[in-house]
Design a protein around this ligand. Structure first.
Ligand SMILES: CC(C)(COP(=O)(O)OP(=O)(O)OC[C@H]1O[C@@H](n2cnc3c(N)ncnc32)[C@H](O)[C@@H]1OP(=O)(O)O)[C@@H](O)C(=O)NCCC(=O)NCCS
Length: 158
């Protein structure tokens, strides 16, 4: 049983499917959030937009925004659906909550609402990777994610 969001959040917000008109605001939120420790990343607006576009231009894109009461972007989850032999899953490419609104239950709420959408679409699970020992690892584990011991992630330069 996955954890459900708290019944009452301090911040009025809503989760809606991603729409391209929010790309600038979403890119800005990504830039500002990943500029914070421990990530300390220096995303340019062009790269942030490109990352979001590369995910959301796919017909497989399943992506959502967390908006405040003035439709400001507080966070987002960008992912892509993938089919396997007997199930479909969401690979989560990107997830962030603005550093101004973290630790207030919004990330957990976003995961819970996206889960409901995915279940409605008949999908089985979400998968993702994150940096070992970063705060996000604890967030995911506390949001119902488990490490798959039998799978390793590999890469090689090309
Ligand atoms: C990781 C992130 C999405 C969590 O969103 P959030 O809204 O701050 O998380 P929540 O308030 O819903 O936290 C839910 C639970 O996760 C855990 N958690 C969240 N942030 C945590 C942190 N920094 N350290 C330890 N545990 C944390 C806690 O158990 C928390 O419950 P609690 O506050 O009652 O203890 C957000 O902090 C973020 O965007 N960080 C920067 C970007 C990032 O790391 N993205 C993921 C990249 S793969």
């Amino acid at each position: 049983m996955n954890p459900e969001p708290p019944p009452c959040l301090a911040i009025p917000c809503k989760v809606m499917p991603y729409e391209p008109r929010f790309i600038e605001a979403a890119a800005q939120c990504l830039i500002e959030t990943f500029a914070q420790p421990p990530w300390n990343e220096n995303w340019t607006p062009d790269f942030a937009r490109e990352r979001i576009e590369l995910i959301t231009c796919s017909p497989a894109s399943r992506s959502w925004l967390l908006l405040g009461d003035r439709d400001e972007v507080l966070g987002a989850l960008f992912g892509r659906k993938m089919r396997y032999l007997d199930f479909t899953e969401l690979f989560v490419d990107e997830l962030f909550i603005s550093h101004r609104y973290q630790r207030q239950g919004l990330g957990r709420q976003l995961i819970a609402e996206v889960s409901r959408h995915l279940r409605d679409e008949g999908m089985a699970c979400m998968v993702l990777n994150t940096e070992r020992d970063y705060p996000s690892e604890q967030f995911y584990r506390n949001s119902g994610f488990e490490q798959i011991e039998s799978i390793i992630m590999l890469y090689r330069n090309v």
